[in-house]
Design a protein around this ligand. Structure first.
Ligand code: ZN
Length: 584
């Protein structure tokens, strides 16, 4: 396995706060994977930031009568607060509205141009007569010529996954006001994907991609079957990265938001390196000959941009590492229905974080992760899983082991000879450790959590059979051995769980007498560009090692032993469901 792991996470549009689907689909799995790799002693670079360009932001600004910057500042700050509260350990969560990002985008554009992969062409633009302006492709809706889906977007059909041009749709209309869309000539720059196709196919075929998730493979193959063709990288809009070259014909046009957003993974790596004072440090994660692997955590609606377009851009640019894996997630529904931000059928993170401990959210979102298939947030299931799994299985195990040891032995007891039952539990924990490791390694995070909880269940079962609370009254030495075996199980499971529930795991690690950090936390810093543009960023110092089986020593004093998790009141279900409906 490689030494340098780049964890690239989807760039959220700064036109609304995070909802729970964003977190389940990209940010939480990315964080768990990053934390796991850091525990393994690997060098992780985890980056993302707010996507500040594009029509959703200019529309939000127009609606409120404010500048795009006002919208960006508001939601970028909200993203940063949610990420810090949830404990998402970005090395850098920045934004695309920075000098650094504009420079990186210009560099990639100009290099692609120099290398012969960019051309100019007069194209047909989607024009809204009712609004008197060009519309971005995704604001055009119509019937897909391939699968006949009636709500296909102008840029992509969500049903069959094919990328589209708006004029290919029948009955094209604007999603803004439902009025018909007409088409007008407009000149743009294009990336020559057809010319890049041989290189792209050679890269894809160079190794077996069986380790990719099924959705990643299928969306990629479907799209490649069509053959690649040029794709516009500029558009008629006055908000965004200016088109390099100072051509007056492009004065009122900007870089297309998809083009600069994917460059964000790279520009954020450069920005991170500059901030550390070692401006070349990013190279270890981007050198194609280096000891590195890059992972892109995204939702399934973004797959072709990360398995085809971004790799093609990197191949055209030259000498940069391509994605190793794109563990795209499916969608998280809410109470059985597709989330919809426009209809406010969503759970917003600032709201959830004001009522629930971050680890409860992290636990449930991992247990119900949309890995491999769509999944569902249900409040009844949330309360049931927290109460019967997290509290009754794991919390109860920890509580029994720590309080019994404290009460009877004043800390971690000293064992004598192990019985077969003791050895059997220790062996199953040991074997479980290897299985969990392999699940984390292949980004099967829900499976890893299931395995850990099964081991917690087995440990509870062991305690129930051994009954140390009875044994201690007649045979203190045997009771001490039982408690020491159980203490090792708790310590090992806590280490395995640290990537998923960092807050509680670090607390328990401290209770067990350890002074080192196994689950570091991010913090907010303020950053300022030379021209004065200021923004908060998420960053942190996360170097840890601790991916190991129990290190607990007999005679260790336990510290600040308290309950790890509290049961949720059953009334939570009705309260939360009422909130959902009253907001509509
Ligand atoms: Zn379709």
């Amino acid at each position: 396995m490689s030494e340098h792991i780049l964890v690239s996470v989807a760039w959220p549009y700064a036109n609304g706060p995070f909802h729970v689907g964003h977190i389940a689909g990209a940010y939480l799995p990315a964080d768990i994977y990053a934390r796991y790799n850091r525990l393994r002693g690997r060098q992780v670079l985890m980056v993302s930031g707010s996507d500040c360009h594009g029509t959703p932001i200019t529309l939000a600004a127009e609606k409120e009568g404010v500048t795009p910057q006002t919208i960006i500042n508001r939601y970028h700050a909200s993203f940063v607060d949610s990420l810090v509260a949830l404990g998402i350990t970005f090395d850098l969560f920045t934004q695309t509205y920075t000098d650094n990002h504009y420079a990186a985008t210009t560099d990639i554009f100009e290099t692609l141009q120099r290398n012969g992969y960019i051309y100019r062409e007069v194209a047909i633009g989607s024009y809204s007569e009712s609004l008197g302006r060009f519309l971005p492709d995704r604001f055009v809706q119509g019937t897909c010529p391939n699968c006949k889906y009636e709500k296909a977007r102008g840029d992509q059909c969500d049903k069959c996954g094919q990328l589209r041009d708006p004029q290919e749709l029948s009955n094209p209309r604007s999603t803004l006001d439902g009025a018909p869309v007409t088409f007008r000539d407009t000149e743009h720059f294009y990336i020559d994907l057809a010319k890049l196709e041989p290189k792209l196919r050679a890269w894809l075929d160079a190794q077996d991609r069986d380790y990719w998730r099924t959705n990643t493979l299928v969306f990629t193959q479907n799209w490649l079957r069509e053959g690649l063709r040029g794709r516009a990288i500029t558009r008629d809009l006055e908000w965004g990265v200016p088109v390099p070259g100072n051509d007056p014909a492009f004065k009122d046009k900007r870089i297309y938001v998809w083009f600069d957003a994917v460059i964000g993974y790279y520009s954020a790596s450069l920005e991170w390196a500059k901030r550390t004072g070692q401006p070349d440090a990013w190279r270890k994660w981007w050198d194609p000959q280096g000891d590195q692997r890059s992972y892109y955590f995204i939702g399934k609606d973004n797959i072709p941009f990360h398995t085809i377009i971004w790799p093609a851009m990197l191949l055209g640019y030259g000498d940069r590492a391509l994605p190793y894996d794109v563990p795209a997630n499916e969608f998280l529904n809410l109470e059985g229905e597709k989330m919809s931000t426009s209809q406010n059928w969503a759970l917003w993170m600032p709201d959830l974080l004001s009522r629930y401990e971050p680890d409860l959210l992290r636990y449930y979102l991992t247990a119900a992760a949309p890995e491999g298939k769509d999944s569902n947030w249900s409040w009844a299931e949330f309360v049931q899983r927290i109460n019967s799994e997290l509290v009754a299985t794991w919390g109860n195990l920890v509580n029994r082991v720590l309080t019994l040891s404290q009460k009877n032995f004043g800390g971690v007891p000293t064992p004598s000879t192990y019985t077969d039952a003791d050895k059997a539990l220790l062996q199953s924990i040991d074997e479980g450790f290897a299985r969990v490791e392999s699940l984390y390694e292949s980004v099967k995070l829900r499976g890893a959590l299931q395995e850990i909880m099964a081991l917690a269940q087995a440990s509870n079962q062991y305690l129930s059979e051994q009954e140390p609370w009875k044994v201690v009254k007649v045979d203190a030495e045997r009771a001490a051995t039982i408690m020491f075996v159980a203490m090792q199980a708790v310590d090992t499971l806590n280490r395995l769980m640290a990537p998923i529930m960092p807050h509680a795991c670090q607390r328990l690690h401290h209770m067990l007498g350890f002074d080192d950090v196994i689950a570091p936390q991010p913090h907010l810093e303020h950053e300022q560009d030379p021209e004065g543009h200021a923004r908060p960023v998420v960053t942190g110092a996360y170097a840890v090692t601790g991916w190991q089986r129990s290190r607990i020593q007999p005679g260790t004093a336990l510290r600040d032993v308290t309950t790890l998790f509290r049961k949720l009141d059953d009334a939570v279900v009705a309260d939360e469901l009422a909130r959902l409906t009253t907001k509509n």
